[in-house]
Ligand binder design. Structure first.
Ligand SMILES: Nc1ncnc2c1ncn2[C@@H]1O[C@H](COP(=O)(O)OP(=O)(O)OP(=O)(O)O)[C@@H](O)[C@H]1O
Ligand SMILES: [Mg+2]
Length: 510
């Protein structure tokens, strides 16, 4: 309404979006909305085509953009058939092919596997150093911050911090005040009452050793640390509950492609809370769809228990909740399922209200689902599933596109449902969510089961995890370096504090 916006020497007030198109490229948070072609290579070529770039150069650009994001080889695929992460990468490639001088990426890592995030950001960082390219990354994901020279903290339209990375990332209190997840390692040491806050694992390891050393009056050396800091915590045993769902010797291929799963078996017990992790394109969504019967295997079988003589009720929340929302009103959306069960209207009303209250959307009952935020739409999809009173709830990337508070709310809800006996199976790239909430972790790669066990045991296998392109949360990595496995910052703190005391109690030099 007042003031000016200047981009690359141009006042936006005076020009139309198309005039800025070649200068500013934006990857939107809702990247699927950016895809519309029927072939991957055409999607990337669309921008350059419209800028009337010559054919050879265009082909070069398409190739370059696809290799930046690691999608070469998929040129002739229909974007609609890509996995969630592959779609996000494709949208990025399409923006990149325009060769903008300013590249703005809104939550660019929400659907990417941890290692892909690192590779992609490192590649972009290198490009921005070599070429005339300014990068602006938006989001709460602090893995992004590591690649940025400048960080701006924004809240309610105000800039609350603006400075070099090393300075802003140590402002743990500001992050907390804003309700933002603070950087993991600085927050960990802040809570241990330290004034110097480490930013890297190496710094953090040295500081943790010094800290315990101080408490014990001894200098801990590297080989000694494992003994001094104790043995790994005891693993919580897996529930040996009756089987509710199983894939038995399943082989599955999408039409015209090589099989993703070959002779694959996996079973789920009643009351489990399982997280499935793995690289982009490893078959996670496909696996969930097989479990839900949305895809049928070419060989083998998918088995579901019948409980009390009734078929098992399985609720499914898609990677993109917008695929399952269709009603014009929030209330109607949730009522659709129960009505189809031929329940009497009173029961339908009760279920809808209970489900909406459960996900804190009751006040929005009369709203249009598409006027809700992404987090609310995600919760609405969960409510629609809850209203069917399913015994098993399957969630595909439930935290995508949500801020930390919303992620926590949703995961707390999943845990609460699990405590009440629902079996929960979720796929996620959000490592802290898996570490904090899941009791069982399953690691998939190329349609093969690589690891399967209690969360703590699986997260201790750093080499195998790295081969599967997974990076555990910093707190898990740090504790592993120190000789134990903490799954959360609280566990880490308790462990350090307890062992500091124990060693002190035993007296120095013992
Ligand atoms: N309809 C389809 N036709 C052909 N190939 C497909 C189809 N759907 C998925 N694929 C391919 O199957 C592989 C597994 O896809 P899936 O969606 O299960 O991966 P994912 O593990 O969920 O990945 P992400 O983490 O990116 O969501 C991918 O390489 C994907 O491109
Ligand atoms: Mg997926």
């Amino acid at each position: 309404m007042r003031g000016k916006v200047e981009v690359d020497g141009v006042l936006t007030h005076d020009c139309r979006p198309r005039q800025l198109a070649g200068r500013v490229g934006i990857l939107f948070q809702d990247f699927e909305a950016q895809l519309f072609c029927t072939r991957v290579d055409q999607e990337v070529a669309f921008g350059p085509e419209n800028m009337e770039i010559d054919r050879n150069q265009m082909q070069r650009r398409v190739k370059e953009a696809l290799s930046l994001v690691g999608l070469n080889g998929l040129e002739d695929r229909d974007p609609a058939t890509l996995s969630g992460g592959q779609k996000q990468l494709l949208a990025l490639a399409a923006v990149f092919a325009l060769k903008p001088r300013l590249l703005v990426l809104d939550e660019p890592t929400s659907d990417l596997d941890p290692m892909r995030v690192e590779e992609l950001l490192s590649a972009l960082e290198r490009l921005s150093q070599r070429q005339d390219l300014t990068l602006m990354l938006l989001g709460e994901d602090l893995r992004l911050a590591r690649h940025c020279s400048r960080i701006v903290l924004l809240a309610r339209g105000k800039v609350l911090a603006d400075g070099p990375q090393a300075q802003v990332l140590r402002q743990v209190e500001i992050f907390r005040r804003l309700g933002l997840p603070p950087p993991e390692l600085p927050a960990l040491f802040y809570d241990l009452g330290q004034s110097h806050l480490p930013l890297t694992l190496v710094e953090a390891e040295a500081q943790a050793l010094a800290l315990v050393g101080e408490a014990t009056g001894r200098v801990l050396t590297a080989p000694e640390k494992i003994v001094s800091l104790g043995t790994p915590a005891k693993n919580s045993a897996l529930v040996t509950a009756p089987e509710v769902l199983a894939l038995r010797r399943v082989t599955f291929a999408y039409p015209g492609t090589a099989p993703i799963f070959k002779n694959f078996s996996l079973s789920f017990g009643q009351g489990e809370l399982t997280a499935i992790l793995g690289p982009n394109g490893s078959g996670k969504t496909t696996l969930l769809k097989l479990l839900r019967g949305l895809l049928k295997p070419q060989a083998g079988e998918v088995w579901a228990a019948s409980l009390n003589g009734q078929p098992l009720r399985i609720g499914f929340v898609f990677q993109n909740p917008d695929y399952q929302l269709f009603a014009e009103q929030v209330w109607e959306e949730v009522a659709f399922g129960p009505r189809n069960l031929d329940l009497d209207p009173e029961e339908v009303n009760q279920r809808v209200e209970a489900a909406l209250r459960r996900v804190h959307l009751w006040e929005h009952a009369a709203d249009d689902p598409f006027s809700l935020t992404k987090g609310q739409r995600q919760r609405l999809a969960v409510a629609a599933v809850l209203a069917l009173a399913p015994q098993v709830i399957i969630l595909d990337e439930p935290t995508t596109g949500l801020d930390r508070r919303e992620q926590q709310d949703l995961l707390d809800l999943a845990k609460e449902l699990n405590d009440q006996g629902h079996t929960i199976i979720m796929v996620t790239h959000t490592m802290w969510a898996a570490a904090t909430y899941a009791r069982r972790l399953i690691i998939l790669r190329d349609g093969r089961l690589i690891l399967d066990g209690p969360t703590r045991e699986v997260l201790a296998q750093e080499e195998t995890l790295a081969q599967c392109r997974l990076t555990p949360p910093a707190v898990v990595q740090l504790s592993r370096r120190l000789g134990f496995t903490a799954l959360t910052p609280e566990e880490f703190r308790q462990h350090i504090e307890r062992h500091g005391k124990e060693i002190v109690g035993a007296g120095p030099g013992t």
